[in-house]
Design a protein around this ligand. Structure first.
Ligand SMILES: [Mg+2]
Length: 194
C-alpha cells in the first residue's frame, strides 16, 4: 500500500533552468564533470561558505522566475484526495523552495532541503523524510528527474518513478516506473493503491 510520495523539486515540480556551468566557472574559474555541490564540498570551510552563498543567490533568483511544470497542481490534488502523505526532498536550498511554495501556493507535509541532511544521491534525505512522516520505505514512492533521485531511492529502499529526460536516461530501464510527464503519476499511484 502506498502511504507517501516524495517529490524532487527542480526538473520535477518546477524548472529552475540554472546555468550550472556558469556557476561553476564563477566559483572555481572552470567547468568540470563533478556535480556542483560535491565540488564545493572539497573547498576549505571559509571558501565553502562563500561558494554556497553564491549558489543560494543563483537559486533564489531562479526560484523567482521558475515555471511550474504541467500537471503539478492536478497530481497533488489527486494524491491528497487518496489520503497519501506528500513530501519534498531537494538538493536545493530552503529559501528557493519557500519562494516557489509562496508563488504557486504549494504545501507539503514534510520538506527536506540540503541544509537538513546530506543531499541525494545519499539516502539521508529520503530516510529523514520518512522518519518525520512515520512511513516505512516500502510504503513510499520517490518521484524525480535525475540519476541522483534513482540512486537515493534505491539506497533508501523506496520505489522510484523517473521522469524521462537527459539526466535520468541512464537509469530509466532500472526505475520502477518511467514518467513522460508528471501527469503519468496518477496512473502509477492508482496501480500502487490497489
Ligand atoms: Mg531534479
Amino acid at each position: 500500500m502506498l502511504r507517501a510520495v516524495i517529490f524532487d523539486l527542480d526538473g520535477t515540480l518546477v524548472d529552475f533552468n540554472l546555468d550550472i556551468k556558469r556557476i561553476k566557472r564563477e566559483i572555481f574559474g572552470f567547468d568540470a564533470e563533478q556535480p556542483l555541490l560535491e565540488m564545493i564540498d572539497t573547498l576549505a570551510p571559509e571558501k565553502r561558505k562563500e561558494a554556497l552563498a553564491k549558489v543560494v543567490e543563483h537559486e533564489v533568483s531562479a526560484a523567482k522566475r521558475a515555471e511550474l511544470k504541467p500537471g503539478v497542481k492536478e497530481v497533488i490534488k489527486s494524491l491528497r484526495s487518496r489520503g497519501i502523505a506528500l513530501a519534498l526532498a531537494t538538493r536545493n536550498c530552503r529559501q528557493a523552495w519557500e519562494i516557489v511554495a509562496e508563488r504557486y501556493h504549494l504545501a507539503f507535509d514534510v520538506v527536506v532541503t540540503r541544509e537538513d541532511t546530506e543531499p541525494k544521491p545519499s539516502p539521508a534525505q529520503f530516510l529523514l523524510t520518512l522518519k518525520l512522516l512515520r512511513v516505512s520505505p516500502e510504503h513510499a514512492l520517490a518521484v524525480g528527474d535525475h540519476a541522483f533521485d534513482y540512486l537515493a531511492a534505491r539506497s533508501a529502499g523506496v520505489k522510484i518513478a523517473l521522469l524521462d529526460n537527459k539526466f535520468s536516461s541512464a537509469y530509466l530501464n532500472k526505475a520502477d516506473f518511467v514518467l513522460h510527464s508528471l501527469r503519468d503519476l496518477e496512473g502509477v499511484v492508482a496501480r500502487l493503491c490497489v
